[in-house]
Design a protein around this ligand. Structure first.
Ligand code: SF4
Ligand code: SF4
Length: 319
């Protein structure tokens, strides 16, 4: 026979999933500082990300325009080391290069260590005036357009202030994909049709580990830590580069200008943001809501007035 406390116990078990779970206590804001001036393009970060998150490797594609054969971030590529071959971009003008590096390249060119064009490739090797490397990733924006656009609540902010997609809630509508101004988040068209992107290794953070890409980076181009400390570090590094004769070095996403709050994953760049395919002034689609609503109201009012005038005149004519 079923005893009374057994019944209560079973009912609680049934109702438990319907109750709201306590959110985890807030933690310091965590993020990435990616210093492109020391990236060597080894792609260790890209591989480590793929390996830790068990993302299938795509078939390499020879684009014909770059040595980079991953080409862009996607639902299955959450870290992408972009190669920016700056071929003749200075059009004869002297170009800024990192001072120590300049001498080494000149010396290697002179003694023939650097080949003109490596066998089997179409691009000149080191004859591009400059070769920039940039390990791109989700910016974990402070005001994330993907988060604002998601109609199901599948995209959340974690206790570390990172942006996380819950695949079991995502319905694959793709609103986040068009809202992201950086082209980061994507729907897995050959998998589960839900949105995917970098999680800032949420599972590793929970266990006190740093994200796989930062762990693997041999030059510390990617550093992980508390956002405010990383911002301080980024400003110091910028000062050092300016002192060492690299005036074109700049920070991207450190101040609060971008997307009205800055980025939790920010960059030190050696050229204009557009060179790295980063928008100079990305927009939050949410900022369009009020102007677009006002224009809709004005349009509706005008239509109403015109309609009223039309019917009044028609009525006058009939009389
Ligand atoms: S970079 Fe794109 S995907 Fe990442 S948080 Fe910002 S809007 Fe979302
Ligand atoms: S691991 Fe570090 S050095 Fe290598 S490609 Fe990634 S960011 Fe650059």
């Amino acid at each position: 026979m079923l005893r009374e406390h057994d019944t209560r116990f079973n009912l609680l078990n049934v109702l438990a999933p319907l109750g709201k779970e306590e959110p985890p206590p807030p933690q310091p804001k965590m993020g990435f500082f990616t210093d492109t001036s020391v990236c060597i393009g080894c792609k260790a970060c890209e591989v480590a990300c793929r390996q830790w998150n068990q993302l299938p490797a795509p078939e390499p594609v020879w684009s014909g325009s770059s040595y980079d054969n991953t080409r862009h971030l996607s639902a299955r590529t959450w870290r992408h080391v972009q190669f920016v071959e700056r071929i003749d971009h200075g059009r004869g003008k002297p170009l800024p290069v990192l001072p120590l590096f300049e001498d080494r390249v000149a010396e290697a060119r002179e003694n023939g260590t650097i080949p003109e064009t490596p066998p089997g490739t179409a691009l000149p090797f080191f004859n591009s005036e400059r070769w920039l490397m940039h390990s791109d990733v989700c910016k974990h924006c402070a005001n994330a357009p993907c988060h604002e656009a998601c109609p199901t609540g599948a995209i959340i902010r974690t206790e570390y202030d990172t942006v996380y997609v819950q695949q079991d809630i995502c319905n694959g509508c793709g609103y986040c994909v068009v809202a992201c101004p950086f082209g980061v988040i994507a729907r897995d068209e050959s998998g589960d049709y839900t949105a995917h992107k970098c999680t800032l290794c949420y599972d590793r953070l929970k266990d006190g580990l740093e994200p796989a890409c930062a762990k693997a980076c041999p030059t510390d181009s990617i550093t992980f830590g508390e956002v405010e400390q990383l911002k301080q570090k980024a400003r110091e590094r910028l000062g050092i580069l300016h002192e060492r004769g690299v005036p074109e070095a700049r920070l991207y996403g450190v101040d609060d200008q971008i997307l009205d709050g800055g980025l939790n994953s920010f960059f030190l760049l050696l050229e204009e943001p557009e060179v790295y395919n980063l928008p100079r002034n990305p927009q939050r689609p949410a900022n369009n809501v009020i102007p677009a609503s006002l224009w809709s109201i004005i349009g509706a009012l005008l239509l109403g007035v015109l309609g009223a005038l039309f019917f009044r005149e028609k009525k006058g004519g009939d009389d």
